[in-house]
Ligand binder design. Structure first.
Ligand code: R5P
Length: 292
């Protein structure tokens, strides 16, 4: 029984104060449903509109990659500095404690190894498992121009359909085949196709020439892929340029976990992404933290 006092007619209607209708902070995402937005707001920091995703999903096609041999020892100490972890369900269940507060982006495409044609992927995780694991997005590799281009695109559109049913965003990961030019023209094509077909955000590589045209022509957020290990200052410079040229953050793996000091490197990347720090200052920070 409610207290009789609570049944009294309320007076606090603030009839002179219009109800605020907030726009959503993320590019191209305002028309999404509440659950999608809530999940995206756990990946992208609403204060900066950007994310530092730590990618450790490499094992799904190449086994124990250098730096990922022992995820419990090498990667768990980095987790507190990331906004999001991108990984497979195998590693999530076997190694990551469920008490982790960072959002999870689950790799859901797979089925190939480095010994075979990589573009021949299928959807490798049931949507129910993504729901069960409470993930904030599902990542699908898309091979534009690759041998199994169509199949990989359809994998992505299927996940967009499944995810839309349950409020889980899809991250399209643009993969570049060995013989393909890694230039702005290619990435404009690849990212735009993914966005047009429903991806909620897209991971793509940085290119020195024309990256701002890639971010400008993509109607949803882009996160920069790290790629092969570079010297730390070069990796920080690349991340800095990417966010200054329109990327909504980074999804980096090897350039963090293969660094001489991964814990220092992820904090330097974070300074570039969330604090707009210059690469030089972030590199100073890296050295200070490395030598502590
Ligand atoms: C492949 O394309 C995957 O997404 C990777 O396993 C991973 O996310 C790549 O990260 P990085 O290139 O920064 O090491």
């Amino acid at each position: 029984m409610p207290d009789v006092d609570e049944m009294k007619e309320g007076k606090k209607y603030y009839t002179d104060v219009p109800q605020q209708t907030e726009g959503f902070f993320l590019k191209g995402s305002n028309a999404l449903d509440w659950g999608m937005k809530n999940r995206l707001a756990r990946i992208f920091n609403p204060k900066t509109g950007r994310t530092v995703m730590l990618a450790v999903d490499h094992g799904y096609f190449q086994g124990p990659t250098t730096g990922l041999e022992r995820i419990d020892i090498n990667i768990l100490p980095l987790v507190p500095y990331a906004d999001t972890l991108m990984l497979t369900r195998g590693i999530l269940r076997s190694i990551v404690p469920p008490s982790v507060s960072q959002s999870i982006v689950l790799r859901v495409s797979g089925g190939t190894s480095i010994l075979k044609e990589l573009s021949n992927e299928e959807i490798a995780v049931d949507i129910e498992d993504s729901i069960r694991l409470n993930v904030c997005a599902m990542a699908v590799q898309v091979f534009i121009g690759g041998e199994y281009e169509r199949q990989s695109i359809i994998n992505m559109t299927k996940m967009v359909d499944f995810g839309t049913r349950y409020g889980i965003p899809t991250l399209a990961v643009t993969a570049v085949g060995k013989d393909m030019a890694k230039d702005a023209r290619y990435f404009r094509l690849a990212t735009r196709i993914c966005a047009e077909l429903g991806a909620h955000y897209i991971k793509t590589y940085y290119v020195e020439d024309g990256f701002e045209t890639v971010t400008a022509s993509c109607p949803v957020p882009i996160v920069m892929a790290g790629g092969k290990k570079l010297p730390e200052l070069d990796a920080l410079t690349m991340a800095h340029r990417a966010v200054q040229e329109g990327a909504s953050g980074v999804d980096m793996g090897r350039n963090i976990f293969q660094s001489d000091s991964p814990v220092a490197m992820i904090q330097a990347v974070k300074a570039v992404v969330h604090d707009n720090e210059t690469p030089e200052k972030a590199f100073d920070l890296y050295n200070i933290l490395k030598n502590k």
